[in-house]
Design a protein around this ligand. Structure first.
Ligand SMILES: Cc1cc2nc3c(=O)[nH]c(=O)nc-3n(C[C@H](O)[C@H](O)[C@H](O)COP(=O)(O)OP(=O)(O)OC[C@H]3O[C@@H](n4cnc5c(N)ncnc54)[C@H](O)[C@@H]3O)c2cc1C
Ligand code: FES
Length: 1293
């Protein structure tokens, strides 16, 4: 199946307490298939999602509940989710919510925002939080619901019914295969050899044998979990001809309690280590377990469960990666390593390795047998810390392990140990600091000196990847300060008389943020009581592919069975941002076994450059390259591996061209823009500036965003062998443009190219033009070779090549009165379009049309410039410019608040559209529902009382602060031009009464097919089960517009309705004649009367237009409205934050499917949290994207969603313009993620107010922990640098 998760069950290694606890003989572990070498599965049983259940056999309760709770949208992540939940349930049939949420920490979903997935999880939990389903809500949310709503409209708070679920019956699970059991019991253990084409895998069973092997192959790595070696071989081209796998050796798996501590074998997995430590902590007196607690703390957030299940303790220690979370704490705690080589054994303290003491290197022949973790002693305190870009499943930016031992009964330091990770290339020790402080009292003077000494001793070198030097330095002393406070507080508990502890307001910083199972509520207006029970419109219907997503049966491009003679394609991309191609040498590549050919611009039969404007979109670079990551040529081979190996051998010589323009600032300097520039103006701006009380001027930088759809760009091009026909299977939002581009590239008419799309594993705007170019690459290769060509981009290549959301700079000048009325705004938006136009000019234009968000600005002038740079070309992304330009608006709104001393919500209210008005391009706007959303959100969130509570909290807490913000939303719906919203559908009724439906829309997770079947079901008055959707194809619906701009359901729904009505009209005489007949009887009769049972439906599109010359028009058809209130808590010492609560109220008209629509709102909102607070793209000074995978680029995970999350759909809202009075909802919710951005800003403001810092300050997006820390300036930041702030390395411009 597509995603790479699976369950590994194996006979329990004796020491796994998990198995002891459950009394099972087998242990079940979730694992990442892509990291698990097949050789290490010897003796294990592997279960993939298909083995858990299927529609052919039995759908497992986990799969059923995930689907029925609406936990799948595009479905690409669903098998992984199923495997994580299923594994947990195999080990713990009634898990706690904490176990459940921990089990999902390593899974990513880009669509759902996790809430519905967690809803499914909760139904299995012991203390079922589905309790909150019964009342519907968590107490806070319940309290704030206005009762009035219940009286006036019937609202529903349930999107699924628990009664429908099959019970979980653990006795029905697959058993461990008896033959493997017998094999394990009967076969003597012997060394295993696996010989591959290029490498040998040796798995010895005794320590002696291992030592002999290591002596014979000193360069061979020991592979246990393969989480260190695997990625190096896979992504960095490291090759090992021999690999030794020591996991079966008993000495390396020991778990032994001794007098003075605990010994763990080096091959123990981190999960085993975690369980053993948890047990030990519960069994030993507290005084002895301080080291155990500190190590356990790090283990809880290290990787995800899938990583911890396989990664070994020894592997983590020995790899000595700078980011190891264990080495600093183990070294500080005096842990001892037992090393062995042939004929020699020795024990060395781990600290010696990092502190440069004695014989401190581990030789290549030596292996680590075990690690001894000592008990803590009386008067000894141990702590571990880490700060990562995401709280869970992310490598640390900086971490630390610290230990102090006092002279008995005093606070005089006898022994101090401080180690840091992430600061330099390996773990480092603040040795001199520690010895200088020995003998000192634990007091403020010591703290001050310690910080200065640490900063002097620990060098934090800058690096090519633009590391966060100042942030790291601040963290290392902030961590020490936190340790200082922890110890002071602990001293107080031992002797309150002598040690006063820490001030009360400092106490909360000792509590780390924890991920809790979120509580959530969704509220929507119920259907009218007289609606027919069969009519599905308005009901929370499950995604039509939900079950198939969860069983892994849903087919994506790479799941398509291979075609006879199929070839695999790998691209060779430019390593220069702007250069002439001097030569391409393919000779070495062509020698790689299995390689068929190398394809380049010369092989394109017709169009290689597509001119949609002055600058072309390019298939293969010809003569010169204009960004790093541009496709220069492609290798086709008999396997994916061979294609990639050969691609790496293509040599390209470049001659660098000037200028290299990467940032917006550089583009402005070189006057490098895509034309036309866009402008809108209303009122008299210059005059207004003369009459206002105040003027502010400022600038905000907003970074780009990677789509990170779970299914990377994928194409399968299959030449049909006659008449130049070709089937093209693509993961795209726009089959018609694929057909057009492929046909143009091959020089054949469009009627020879059949483009097929079953479903797309997430797109978010990223699978439009870019997919067309990639399809052309595959099609040209297929044409040249006459073979089918499969082209699946790796994550790294996808991120490198395809661009994403446009980075923005907004420069504004705002004039306002002392009472908060904004009178004049002059703003310029610069967007980084990258190297080709794509849709950048349109994005810039849309950002102007939507920049007003919810506000009436009487005098307004705005310009938008699409900068042409040498970055990969940026493209459409959910929200299409609005999330950026409206963030600029909300930023100056907040600054006006700061300046006037009024609250931001007051400024928002004062300037909000109030009654029938006109936008800045003279389109009529009725903002009634905007105001309703705002007021309802205020009420539901209990905004004012919570704001007061947050202020109270802030008074009582110095290092932790809360922030709260409420933000309104007006999202105009429309595509600006009539022809872009036309749509067609095709409906066939077969003689057995079943209906085959198709239309031009693409299913990419937004549930369009589900909704279209709902529409057809209502129109034809037949159950949804009689209607089937097969695929979107250019053969059935020609010239379909892209599924984009939230418009899919609106426009295709109209077309489906039209087709169904045509059919019904034809059937009507037959129905009239036999009104009591059944559908099948009518159809049979219609056939016999020669009535056509097939019809097309058509929708001409919305009457939209925009005259840019005049700056006027009706580019939109209607408006969506909403508001979101978010509350956060920040840790001022680290910059970390926790999303506490979000309340969203949205006006989406009459929802066709509330489950789908609420899912869209939540998913978009969480993607917005990613955009505004976490997702950071980084480039080298030469324009190379550093952030090319999930390890460097962090999208929100389960730990990032608000602990309390409520979404209400505004009741009794009608929309005369769209199908069944609904509104298109795909994009709007994303912007509401900025309520978190402004809540963070609010928290930072309260820090700054308290500390008397400047009240005007700039926060850019994403508002990362680094920026938060920098804005909460204190003694520590001051110590680090006088000129803090210039450290951000991202090319946000
Ligand atoms: C997605 C992901 C997330 C991660 N997150 C974190 C994190 O948050 N914090 C963190 O600290 N780490 C993290 N890691 C790193 C991970 O913890 C280490 O890769 C892991 O512990 C290494 O163990 P392994 O068994 O997989 O090593 P392997 O890959 O099997 O081996 C790694 C190296 O260790 C050597 N080795 C292994 N055992 C021995 C031995 N007994 N004697 C001598 N040499 C030995 C091998 O020769 C090899 O060079 C993450 C890794 C991944 C892939
Ligand atoms: S449903 Fe999770 S990634 Fe699409």
């Amino acid at each position: 199946t597509s995603p790479c998760y699976q369950l590994k069950s194996q006979l329990c290694p004796r020491q796994n307490p998990q198995c002891h606890m459950t009394g099972e003989k087998t242990g079940h572990y979730s694992a990442n298939a892509c990291l698990l070498p097949i050789c290490c599965l010897y003796g294990a049983a592997v279960t993939t999602v298909e083995g858990v259940g299927s529609t052919e056999t039995r759908v497992h309760p986990v799969q059923e509940r995930l689907a029925k709770c609406h936990g799948s949208q595009c479905g690409f992540c669903s098998p992984g989710m199923v495997m994580s939940i299923y594994t947990l349930l195999r080990n713990y049939p009634e898990p706690t919510p904490e176990q459940m949420i921990a089990a999902l920490a390593g899974n990513l979903c880009r669509c759902t925002g996790y809430r519905p997935i967690l809803d499914a999880c909760k139904t299995f939990c012991k203390v079922s939080s589905s309790d909150d389903r019964n009342t519907g809500l968590c107490p806070l949310v319940a309290n704030s619901l206005p009762l009035l709503v219940f009286f006036l409209f019937k609202v529903s708070t349930s999107l699924f019914s628990i009664d429908e679920f099959q019970p979980l019956d653990p006795t029905q699970e697959l058993i461990f295969p008896p033959e493997l059991m017998r094999m394990a019991e009967n076969q003597p253990k012997r060394t295993l050899f696996f010989h591959g084409e290029r490498m040998t895998w040796i798995s010895p069973v005794s320590l002696d044998e291992l030592l002999d092997l290591k002596a014979a192959h000193p360069k061979a790595p020991l592979v246990v979990g393969n989480t260190g070696v695997g990625p190096e071989m896979k992504f960095r081209g490291v090759f090992h001809p021999v690999v030794i796998a020591p996991a079966r050796i008993p000495d390396l798996n020991v778990v032994k309690y001794t007098e003075d501590g605990l010994t763990l074998g080096a091959a123990c997995s981190l999960s085993v280590a975690k369980d053993v430590l948890t047990n030990a902590i519960s069994e030993f007196p507290e005084e002895k377990t301080k080291v155990f607690c500190a190590v356990l703390k790090q283990l809880r957030t290290l990787g995800g469960e899938q990583i911890r299940n396989v990664a070994s303790l020894g592997g983590n220690i020995i790899s000595r990666k700078s980011t190891s979370d264990l080495n600093p704490v183990l070294a500080a705690s005096n842990c001892v390593l037992s090393l062995a080589s042939r004929g020699k054994k020795r024990r060395i303290p781990l600290s010696d390795i990092f502190a440069g003491v004695g014989n401190n290197t581990i030789t290549p022949e030596e292996i680590l047998v075990s690690v001894h973790i000592p008990h803590s002693r009386k008067g000894e305190y141990v702590c571990a810390f880490r700060q990562a870009p995401r709280r869970e499943n992310a490598l640390s930016i900086t971490n630390a392990g610290m230990r102090v031992l006092f002279e008995e009964g005093t606070d005089i330091i006898k022994d101090l140990s401080i180690f840091y990770g992430g600061a330099a290339s390996t773990t480092v020790c603040a040795k001199q600091t520690c010895s200088a402080l020995t003998g000192r009292h634990w007091n403020e003077q010591t703290l001050d000196e310690a910080c200065r000494l640490i900063l002097k001793e620990i060098a934090v070198p800058g690096s090519a990847s633009g590391e966060k030097v100042d942030y790291k330095k601040t963290l290392i002393i902030s961590f020490f300060y936190r340790f200082f406070l922890e110890v002071l507080q602990s001293l107080k508990t031992t002797d309150p008389y002598h040690y006063p502890g820490i001030p009360v307001e400092y106490g909360s910083v000792l509590q780390d943020f924890k991920t809790k199972m979120p509580q959530s509520i969704q509220i929507y207006q119920d259907i009218e009581p007289d609606q027919s029970p069969q009519d599905p419109v308005g009901r929370p219907i499950m995604h039509q592919s939900g079950i198939k997503h969860a069983t892994g049966e849903a087919v994506y491009i790479d799941d398509l069975p291979s075609v006879d003679g199929e070839l695999f394609l790998a691209v060779v991309t430019s390593s220069r941002a702007h250069a002439k191609i001097v030569s391409i040498d393919t000779s070495e590549a062509l020698k790689v076994p299995g390689v068929f050919d190398v394809i380049s611009a010369h092989d394109v039969p017709a169009t290689n450059e597509f001119y949609y404007s002055d600058d072309p979109e390019i298939v293969f670079a010809r003569n010169k390259v204009i960004c790093v990551g541009q496709i220069v040529c492609a290798v086709v081979a008999d396997s994916d591996v061979h294609a990639k190996q050969a691609a790496a051998k293509v040599k390209i010589e470049y001659e660098v061209l000037e200028p290299v323009i990467l940032t917006i600032e550089e583009a402005i300097k070189h006057n490098s823009f895509f034309e036309p520039k866009r402008k809108l103006e209303q009122g008299n701006v210059d005059q207004a500036f003369e009459t206002v009380d105040n003027i502010i001027e400022g600038e905000i930088h907003i970074g780009g965003q990677e789509h990170f759809y779970m299914e990377t760009q994928s194409v399968l091009a299959v030449p049909k062998g006659e008449d130049k026909e070709m089937d093209v299977y693509v993961s795209t939002q726009h089959p018609a443009v694929i057909q057009e581009m492929v046909a143009a590239s091959l020089g054949v008419p469009a009627n020879r190219i059949m483009c097929h799309v079953k479903r797309v594993g997430g797109a978010f705007g990223g699978k439009l033009l870019k997919s067309g170019l990639l399809a052309s690459v595959a099609a040209v290769a297929a044409k040249k070779t006459g073979r089918a060509v499969r082209f699946i981009l790796s994550r790294g290549d996808d991120m490198l090549i395809t661009g994403g959301r446009h980075p923005f700079i907004g420069k504004y000048k705002v004039g306002f009165m002392n009472d908060g009325r904004i009178r004049a705004v002059d703003v310029n938006y610069y967007i980084n379009g990258g190297c080709t136009p794509d849709e950048s000019v349109l994005v810039a234009a849309v950002s102007l049309l939507k920049m007003d968000n919810a506000y009436k600005i009487p005098n307004l002038r705005c310009w938008a410039y699409a900068c042409k740079t040498n970055l990969p070309s940026n493209t459409a992304f959910r929200g299409f410019g609005f999330p950026q330009s409206a963030l600029v608006t909300e930023t100056w709104i907040t600054e006006v608040a700061d300046k006037t001393g009024l609250s931001p919500e007051k400024i928002r209210e004062i300037n909000m559209y109030k009654e029938n008005e006109q936008t800045h391009f003279k389109q009529k706007l009725d903002p009634q529902n905007l105001i309703r959303c705002w007021n309802e959100c205020m009420e539901k969130s209990a905004y004012y009382s919570r704001k007061k509570a947050a202020n109270e909290f802030n008074k009582q807490n110095y290092w932790k602060k809360k922030g709260i913000a409420i933000v309104p939303l007006k999202f105009p719906f429309g595509l600006g031009t009539r022809y872009l919203s036309q749509a067609s559908a095709l409906v066939h009724i077969y003689t057995d009464g079943s209906v085959l439906l198709t239309h031009g829309g693409i299913e990419m997770g937004q549930g369009i097919h589900t909704k279209m079947i709902q529409v057809a079901s209502r129109e034809l008055n037949i159950p949804m089960s009689s209607i089937h959707f097969c695929e979107t194809s250019t053969t059935t619906v020609p010239n379909a517009c892209a599924s984009a701009g939230s418009a899919g359901t609106d426009v295709n729904g109209m077309a489906v309705k039209d087709a169904c009505q045509t059919l019904l009209k034809r059937l009507q005489p037959i129905i009239n004649k036999n009104p009591k007949g059944t559908w099948n009887e009518w159809i049979k009769e219609a056939f016999e009367q020669s009535v056509s049972l097939s019809a097309t439906g058509y929708f001409r599109g919305y009457n939209e237009n925009m005259d840019w010359e005049k700056g006027e028009g009706q580019p939109f058809t209607y408006f969506l409205f909403g508001a979101a209130c978010s509350e956060v808590e920040i840790n001022c010492l680290t910059g970390d934050h926790k999303n506490l609560r979000t309340d969203i109220v949205m006006d989406i008209g009459c929802s066709i499917n509330p489950a789908v629509d609420i899912g869209q709102i939540e998913g978009a909102f969480v993607q917005g949290i990613g955009l505004y607070t976490m997702e950071e793209l980084k480039y080298s000074p030469e324009g190379v994207l550093y952030t090319r995978g999930p390890d460097q680029y962090k999208i929100p995970a389960v730990c990032d969603i608000p602990e309390q999350f409520s979404v209400s759909l505004l009741s009794s809202s009608q929309n005369p313009h769209a199908i069944y009075a609904s509104k298109g909802i795909g994009e709007a919710g994303l912007f509401l993620g900025c309520s978190v951005f402004f809540a963070l800003r609010d928290a930072v403001t309260s820090v700054r107010n308290e500390r008397g810092l400047k009240t005007t300050f700039v926060l850019n997006s994403p508002l990362t922990a680094e920026q938060i820390r920098a804005s909460c300036a204190d003694d520590f930041t001051e110590m680090v640098t006088e000129s803090w702030g210039g450290v951000c390395s991202s090319v946000s411009g």
